[in-house]
Design a protein around this ligand. Structure first.
Ligand code: ADP
Ligand code: ZN
Ligand code: ZN
Length: 833
């Protein structure tokens, strides 16, 4: 705010005026709130502190993002309505200044709530819950003295309170019954006999402590009081363990009772103390002893470029395009070591599942305790401990999945995003953000170097490199000049013609699996994720039915038997015959891949099959076990979905089979070709990583598709050229900016009503027609978890224009009473389902 410099300052302001705090709340609201700071703790609040604040009838945990002595005159906040914060939750702020800045940028860029982004940046379980505390007042004590009848619940409650001063309402409810206590408390509040306030309950995750014992005196007792045999046994046990031991271990090993130890403690021979136990996600991981590798010429060049950029403490972004197996990981590790040596910290992001046990071992071997790991399979306790090791500066290297982009590292010098094209960097729920893009911004805010690495860069990233926004680095060859696996397409139309029935495994693939097994080698079979939506594909010509306007596969809706484009709403009756070849063999894809596993088991009874999918992954440790088992040869075939394609390095795998690649191509998403190309290239990269050559077989009804052709040739450049032409012609990113507004509710009419209002306001806000606004159309998953989903799609050549239109319309919608809780806005949406 431009204030008038000559305005006289009233001298008493600083001392007497209440101070205010700006608080971001973890609610889907695109603004912050002002609270007063009470005398008690107000002075201790700093930006980044968590505060308990009243909001409506509740109190919630918010984040202090700014402090001020006066109310901002520009805001219409009236001093009389400003409420005080209730409690300060942290002595030292959890959030660093850098993270505050980064989350503010993130919220702003994605039109998200700052408070929600802040919450997402902290380890789960750290946010305090609250409880209601009832306290008796002077008036209440007097009422108790006056009352002759002890029967009424009100009086019983007052009695209990008089004994204890204050009691959580929940305890009273347990004692006297929910509804009755609520009523009594209401009445007592009314007569001012009690007061009610909210208090935070301690965090759900806490540091873990345990008792330990250490030797503090060398004395083996003395002449007057010689040691008993059990006492001597205790001391010997501690000594042989190096002078200190965990209490319970000591009990077990010296075979004595606790009293013996306590006596020794009283005599000053041992000391019992409490120490924090670090919950280490890598405890069961032995550090792998890999000798120092000698980098090849390509790796050396790439590394020297990154190291040169690290020197000046300036922002620089690289795109590292290296074929699968070209040794990118080794380059990352060296670069991180370099950042560390120059006194700075480093952050490395990996896709959801890529943090393989093998890779974790390698990290521990190189970085020891300097590395902290943050990923979604950690227990809340482990995550909390790892996070605090980073916050306190004990760990200066953080490796993790999506939300680790907000790891509280200080003095960051290097940010790495491995497999930067990966979809798991995108948060699929509010607050929507793409960790890759946040990572680039983080580096830019911190004057750090960022390296985006991939064998199949996202189209946007390659485009940025082409335009000079990113510096392009390349690793063209596999380590040891191993050839890339040869990929072949199997034309399922031919198989269908020959067999004439529903067949999911081609004879070619069956033979190849048998031959591989006979040679003692392993195979990987990729099942494309079961389609969420159904689309129509012709088994005679392989064409799928697509929208005339958007070139997106049309989604079949059972309710009305029609096929619909969920981008623009175009809809037709499902034809009986293929419009391209007039054959009747229309086939609804999107169901049925589940049975494939059974079919595999039946077809190959002698082959030991291990399986990886969402279910097995959710069981802790199971995934690691399966992968390690497979790498040791305990199974012959690994079957699974997308997650198989990522990062694994199995040397005995010589065959990769891909079943149902068409499911991926048919997803009603403009990125379906890109995703399929990436998936095939990545999965092909799993074959032939050892000394044996690899083979890749891809089953498809549509072998003419350019994504399949280029994937077989491992020709990224060729794919990029063709795909960018398509994107440009149909106005898709990177040539335009997209936003999607999703409206979902269990009541269809209600959802639709709000969607239509939003659409109207968007059209009105789109004054200069700088945006194209498509919809309202049913989302591809028109109904999900009992909710009806509609969406509106915005396209614009200008990010500014798009944001302006959106912001105006959303603000207007809010003031016009549109239900904003059911509206989800996504900027640069990745998964358009
Ligand atoms: P990418 O991440 O590019 O797919 P990796 O980093 O997994 O490739 O490397 C592939 C394999 O080559 C790994 O087993 C790795 O240990 C090995 N490797 C990497 N660099 C070298 C090198 N300079 N010399 C020998 N082996 C290497
Ligand atoms: Zn056809
Ligand atoms: Zn359309």
């Amino acid at each position: 705010m431009p204030t008038q410099p000559e305005m006289p300052q009233t001298p008493e302001t600083d001392v007497n005026k209440p101070r205010y705090v700006e608080v971001a709340l973890p609610l889907p609201l695109r603004r912050t709130f002002t609270y007063g700071l009470p005398v008690g703790f107000g002075h201790a609040v700093k930006p980044g502190s968590r505060l308990l604040v009243p909001f409506g009838k509740r109190s919630i945990t918010g984040y202090a993002v700014g402090l001020s002595d006066e109310l901002d005159e520009a805001s219409d906040v009236d001093e009389s309505v400003v409420k005080d914060a209730i409690e300060l939750l942290d002595e030292t702020p959890l959030l660093t200044a850098e993270i505050l800045k980064l989350t503010q940028w993130t919220a702003d860029y994605y039109a998200a709530s700052w408070g929600e982004v802040l919450k997402a940046s902290l380890p789960a379980g750290i946010n305090a819950a609250t409880e209601l505390i009832i306290t008796i007042t002077e008036a209440g004590r007097n009422e108790l003295l006056r009352s002759a009848n002890a029967k009424p619940l009100k009086i019983q409650v007052l009695h209990r309170l008089a004994e204890q001063d204050e009691i959580p309402q929940r305890e009273l409810e347990k004692e006297f019954g929910d509804a009755r206590v609520k009523r009594a408390v209401r009445e007592l509040t009314h007569s001012a006999a009690v007061s009610v306030h909210q208090r935070s309950v301690t965090n759900k995750v806490k540091p873990k402590y345990r008792k330990a014992v250490r030797l503090i005196s060398d004395a083996n007792g003395n002449a007057e009081r010689p040691l008993t045999t059990s006492q001597a046994a205790v001391i010997n046990t501690i000594r042989s363990a190096g002078g200190a031991m965990i209490f319970t271990d000591l009990l077990a090993r010296s075979n004595v009772g606790a009293s013996v130890i306590n006596t020794l403690a009283k005599r000053g021979i041992v000391e019992v103390f409490v120490e924090e136990v670090r919950r280490d996600p890598l405890t069961d991981v032995e550090a792998a002893a890999i000798g120092e590798l000698t980098l090849n010429v390509e790796q050396l060049f790439v590394l020297s470029e990154i190291e040169r950029a690290l020197e000046p403490n300036e922002f620089k972004a690289f795109l590292l395009h290296g074929v699968t197996g070209s040794g990118k990981t080794e380059v990352y590790i060296r670069a991180m070591r370099n950042a560390l040596a120059s006194g700075r910290s480093a952050l490395m992001l990996v896709p959801e599942i890529a943090l393989t046990p093998i890779f974790s071992r390698r990290l521990r071997a190189v970085f020891g305790d300097e590395v902290a790991i943050l990923h979604s399979n950690l227990s809340p306790g482990e995550r909390f401990d790892e996070w605090r090791r980073i916050r306190s500066g004990r760990a200066r290297i953080a490796i993790g999945t999506r939300s680790a982009v907000f790891a509280p590292l200080e003095n960051i010098g290097l940010v790495i995003v491995d497999e930067e094209h990966d979809g798991s960097y995108r948060q699929q729920e509010s607050p929507f953000y793409n960790a890759r893009d946040v990572a680039v911004m983080r580096a830019s805010l911190a004057g750090a170097v960022v390296v985006l690495g991939s064998a199949t860069p996202a189209l946007e990233s390659y485009y940025n490199a082409e335009r000079g926004k990113y510096h392009y680095l390349q690793l063209r060859n596999r380590i040891g000049n191993r050839p890339l696996a040869i990929a072949e397409l199997i034309d399922m139309r031919e198989v269908f013609k020959a067999r004439g029935k529903d067949i999911s495994l081609s004879p070619q693939l069956i033979d190849a699996v048998r031959e591989t097994h006979a040679r003692g080698e392993q195979s990987i079979i990729l099942l494309n994720r079961r389609g969420f939506s159904r689309f129509v594909l012709c088994r005679s010509c392989g064409e799928s039915l697509r929208c005339k306007n958007c070139d997106i596969t049309l989604t079949y809706h059972k309710i009305d038997g029609r096929i619909t484009c969920h981008y623009c709403g175009y809809s037709v009756k499902t034809p009986k015959a293929c419009p391209f070849c007039e054959s009747e063999f229309l086939y609804f894809i999107g169901e049925g891949t589940e049975q494939l596993e059974e079919i595999l088991a039946r077809t190959f009874p002698n082959i030991r099959i291990a399986r990886i999918d969402r279910d097995t992954m959710s069981r802790r440790g199971q995934l690691a076990k399966t992968l390690i088992g497979f790498s040791r040869g305990e199974s012959d075939m690994l079957v699974g979905t997308q997650m198989l394609a990522k990062g694994h390095d199995f040397h005995n795998v010589t065959l990769v089979g891909v079943i149902s690649v068409d499911t991926g191509l048919g997803l009603p998403d403009f990125r379906s070709a890109e995703r399929t190309f990436q998936l095939l290239t990545q999965v092909a990269g799993r074959a032939g990583r050892g000394d044996l050559p690899g083979r890749v077989l891809i089953q498809t009804y549509y072998p003419e598709h350019y994504a399949l052709r280029y994937a077989c040739e491992q020709d990224y450049e060729g794919f990029y050229r063709e795909e960018t032409k398509y994107r440009q012609r149909l106005n898709y990113p990177p040539f335009v900016v997209l936003a999607s507004v999703l409206i979902k509710h269990s009541d269809r009419e209600y959802a639709l009503k709000n969607a239509n209002l939003l659409k109207e306001l968007l059209d009105r806000a789109n004054k200069d027609i700088a945006c194209r606004i498509l919809g309202v159309s049913p989302a591809s998953l028109a109904r999900l978890k009992g909710e009806y989903r509609f969406h509106i799609l915005l396209k614009s050549a200008s990010r500014r224009a798009l944001r302006e239109t959106l912001d105006i319309a959303l603000d207007e919608a809010e003031s016009r009473g549109c239900d904003m809780r059911i509206v989800f806005t996504e900027i640069d949406p990745v998964n358009m389902m």
